[in-house]
Ligand binder design. Structure first.
Ligand code: BG6
Length: 305
């Protein structure tokens, strides 16, 4: 694992990037550019928060981080953009394997970081497989994550099949968006899309109109590459979610009772967040041939109303 000295060496002279320990062994990077502020954890290559700060930007964070989040090595942090990989949700046939895969709870290696003239900071992480990870996933695989933090947030998760046999994977960028009050937001872009309703024992349904949230919601929308837009009428903004190589969109809010049991969502946290996840789940699993690369990409931008 890289220590603070090694991380600072990789970072060179980028003045707006600092590393510190959030808790024992849990390293985070704070990023400040002329146009945004962000926090990124080495564990999971997880964007923890992102707030555009340029003149005219909405004053609110875009990526939500729970006030009650716990920073414990090996446990996923509640908020930000956890990377669910190489499977989404429970493992297909191994009930004791970690939910949403192992990438979100392993420490990634920072390979490079640079700031360009356009005020963006771009960084690249890779996951070095050890024996424990290989016990979950034996395929010869490389996975990299590239984050571009600026006026917009761009994430690219690349999976390379370096082996000689094909494999199948599911995945998601499990993004928590900050909203003024989840009861007053609408998600456009999923009208008419078929989904699996996990709250209704996996019943298959079809979306009628835009999505609104008034109770627990846990849905996997399938076969939909389209852009989603979160309309937030109180904060008077729209968050545009565009994606590439993703056919599934997962919409999740645990609502009050489940949130309370989770213990890291904070009081009323469920009203202030909404997960709209871009990925490939269930029958949208990716089949990756030997030598092939799959790039899941998302881009988030905010429009003021
Ligand atoms: C969502 C799933 O993506 O993640 C939900 O659809 C799950 O079923 C949620 O509860 C949160 O998962 P976790 O493991 O981060 O608590």
């Amino acid at each position: 694992m890289q220590d603070l000295v090694e991380l600072s060496r990789v970072c060179g002279d980028i003045s707006g990037v600092k590393f510190h320990h959030k808790s024992d062994g849990f390293v985070v990077m704070s990023v400040q550019t002329p146009v945004c502020e962000a926090l990124v954890a080495l564990q999971g290559a997880q964007v923890l928060s992102w707030t555009p700060t340029f003149t005219g930007a909405s004053p609110h964070p875009v990526i939500w981080l729970s006030k009650a989040a716990k920073y414990v090595v090996g446990k996923s942090v509640r908020g930000g953009v956890p990377i669910c990989w190489p499977w989404f949700g429970p493992h297909e046939n191994q009930a004791n394997f970690p939910s949403h895969g192992f990438a979100r709870t392993e420490t990634w290696r920072l390979q490079s970081i640079k700031q360009d003239a356009s005020e963006e900071v771009k960084m690249r992480f890779t996951l070095d497989f050890d024996a424990a990870m290989r016990a979950f996933w034996s395929h010869d695989t490389r996975v990299d994550c590239e984050l571009t933090l600026g006026r917009q947030l761009h994430i690219r998760l690349s999976t390379h099949n370096d082996g000689s046999t094909a494999f199948s994977l599911t995945e998601a960028l499990h993004t928590y968006f900050a909203v003024a009050d989840v009861r007053r937001v609408r998600i456009a872009g999923l009208e008419g899309v078929k989904f699996v309703d996990k709250v209704a024992q996996g019943e298959r349904r079809q979306q009628v109109g835009v999505v609104s949230i008034a109770q627990e919601v846990d849905r996997v929308y399938l076969h939909s590459p389209s852009e989603c837009v979160i309309h937030d009428e109180i904060w008077r903004r729209r968050i545009h979610i565009s994606k590439q190589n993703s056919l599934s969109t997962i919409v999740w809010n645990p609502w009050q009772e489940k949130a309370h049991k989770m213990g890291d969502l904070g009081e009323d946290g469920y009203l202030q967040m909404l997960c709209v996840e871009s990925g490939n789940a269930l029958e949208n699993a990716i089949e990756l041939a030997p030598g092939a690369v799959h790039d899941l990409q998302v881009n988030y931008r905010v429009e003021n109303l």
